[in-house]
Ligand binder design. Structure first.
Ligand code: HEM
Length: 486
């Protein structure tokens, strides 16, 4: 007995020594890495091996980055678990960030695919995903593709859905948008036979995505179950639509074609990533757009006037016929609405571009200095800090529908927004997302007057997507604009 006790004590002693040694070597390695940065890099201290800052970054990203920005300015770095993350909001750094090939963009894609049920096997996925699947997004979602395949059916379908909304004293904004957006866009893009009763699973998975992407994925029980069911739906869809033809729009046919060399489960995960990309940020962006309009009577009146000036009520050529004659016209019309959409995205978008240094790289800062990111470290642009600069966007925290209205010569008073990323890997759904928001707003404003008694909520600091979640939902009251069949 005595012998067994002493063995256990010896083993515990060795384990404690091994842990202490690992801790010391890790801290030394980290200190060494930090010291290599020139120019007094602001490095945040962390509670325990980067888990303090890493936890703050994952659990309350918006406020964490805001507080750090106030304290350290346009550049700082911190440890996130075993890795360093550099955060930069300096305009000079953006160019290097988006255009230097030593900063690789692929890792976030694998994280998303893995969260959606893929094996995340880089050797298997790299070529089909990065050389075929994602570039096809860009081509299929060109302005021409959208005008030809999306605008008209989307407008007709939305008008119909909006008219069918059951009258009630008020509507929860997220419900109103969620169902109508999911049903219309999913049916148009994946075809009418796609099961639309997947909505609840989609919402459960979408809410769990930040956790499914994080190291705490094993705790996202209901999100993972919903993801599993959706993955099965997608695998069935791939099997039933393997001929790439039929009722689908180009984006789905090209997605199926570009991923077909992969095993069925991987194809299902790719298709699920398409469904998620389409809805996740759009649900949130449209929420914020309608919320801004609902609390701002003047903007609503101006937007309605713009719609009436373009499509006078009771005129012979209504918007529906106009879109058949000239599907591209939607892109040229409604400049105030375009501006209001860009302003919405400026205010509700969070940092969404992440790169991993594949070699050591020096990145310039606005003050003439530089910082070094070493191989394997992550770099992220804090586009929100940029968007909140009063010197660039006067009264930056306030929604101003006309902030991005072009002058007569087509130029803007303010810099373009950074919410879509940039360079070769700029958001592939940029034109699509803006356009869907536009068609949505026109169809909605033509169908309803709407107001809210609620105040605009803050951004939820826990938000993990490119577009922030609101900290709470709002209710809106709808007044049909016409009692007739229109
Ligand atoms: C308001 C809505 C959206 C915002 C703010 C947004 C923003 C972004 C950002 C910041 C990136 C990273 C760019 C970079 O790393 O430089 C990105 C990438 C991407 N987005 Fe979006 N996105 C939106 C909607 C969409 C939609 C609707 C789709 C698809 C239909 C889409 C498809 C993609 C794809 C495929 C990429 C990866 C591009 C690449 O790495 O080459 N996005 N998006």
């Amino acid at each position: 007995m005595y012998h067994r006790m002493s063995m256990i004590l010896i083993l515990l002693d060795y384990t404690a020594r091994a842990i202490a040694l690992a801790l010391i070597s890790f801290l030394v390695a980290n200190r060494h890495r930090n010291r290599r940065n020139k120019g007094g890099t602001p490095v945040l201290g962390s509670l325990f091996l980067g888990f303090g800052t890493g936890f703050a970054f994952h659990s309350r990203r918006t406020t964490f980055l805001e507080e750090c920005g106030k304290r350290y300015g346009s550049y700082f770095k911190f440890a996130c678990g075993p890795r360093n993350i550099h955060i930069v909001s300096s305009s000079s750094a953006f160019k290097t960030f988006y255009f230097d090939s030593r900063l690789d963009h692929k890792e976030p894609h694998f994280l998303v695919l893995r969260a959606l049920g893929s094996s995340g096997n880089i050797d298997l996925l790299s070529t089909p995903v990065h050389e075929h699947f994602i570039p096809y997004f860009g081509r299929a979602l060109s302005r021409r593709g959208i005008a030809q395949e999306i605008t008209h059916p989307l407008y007709i379908e939305l008008r119909q859905r909006f008219r069918e909304i059951q009258p009630q004293p008020h509507h929860k904004l997220s419900d109103l948008i969620g169902k109508t957006l999911y049903y219309t866009c999913t049916a148009i893009i994946f075809g009418p036979s796609f099961p639309l009763d997947t909505y609840d699973d989609f919402i459960a998975m979408d809410l769990a995505m930040p956790m499914l992407i994080s190291p705490l994925a094993f705790m996202a029980f209901s999100g993972a179950r919903a993801r599993g069911r959706l993955l099965k739906v997608m695998m069935n869809y791939v099997q039933e639509n393997g001929d790439f033809a039929g009722e689908k729009v180009a984006i789905v046919s090209s997605a199926l074609r570009s991923a077909h060399v992969l095993p069925l489960r991987e194809q299902g995960a790719c298709l699920l990533s398409l469904l998620w990309s389409i809805h996740s940020n759009l649900l949130r962006s449209i929420w914020w757009m309608l919320a801004y309009f609902a609390v701002d009577t003047e903007t609503r009146h101006r937007l309605k006037a713009e719609i009436l000036a373009t499509v006078p009520e009771n005129c012979e050529t209504d918007l529906e016929s106009l879109l058949v004659l000239d599907p591209d016209s939607m892109f040229r019309q409604f400049p105030l609405l375009d501006s209001a959409i860009t302003e919405t995205i400026r205010l509700c978008s969070l940092p969404g571009s992440m790169r991993v240094a594949v070699g050591d790289i020096e990145i310039p800062l606005d003050d003439g200095g530089t910082f070094s990111a070493f191989q394997g470290e992550m770099v992220m642009t804090d586009t929100r800090a940029h968007h909140m600069r009063d010197d660039l966007y006067p009264d930056a925290k306030t929604f101003r529908a006309d902030r991005f209205l072009p002058r007569k010569d087509g130029t803007l008073d303010v810099p373009k927004i950074m919410s879509w990323g940039g360079g070769a890997h700029v958001c592939k759904g940029k034109a699509f997302a803006h356009h869907v928001m536009k068609v949505w707003a026109v169809a909605f404003l033509q169908t309803y007057d709407f107001t809210t008694a609620d105040i605009l909520p803050d951004l939820d600091p826990r938000s993990g997507n490119v577009i922030a979640d609101p900290s709470k939902d709002i209710n809106i009251k709808l007044e049909p604009r016409y009692q007739t069949s229109d």
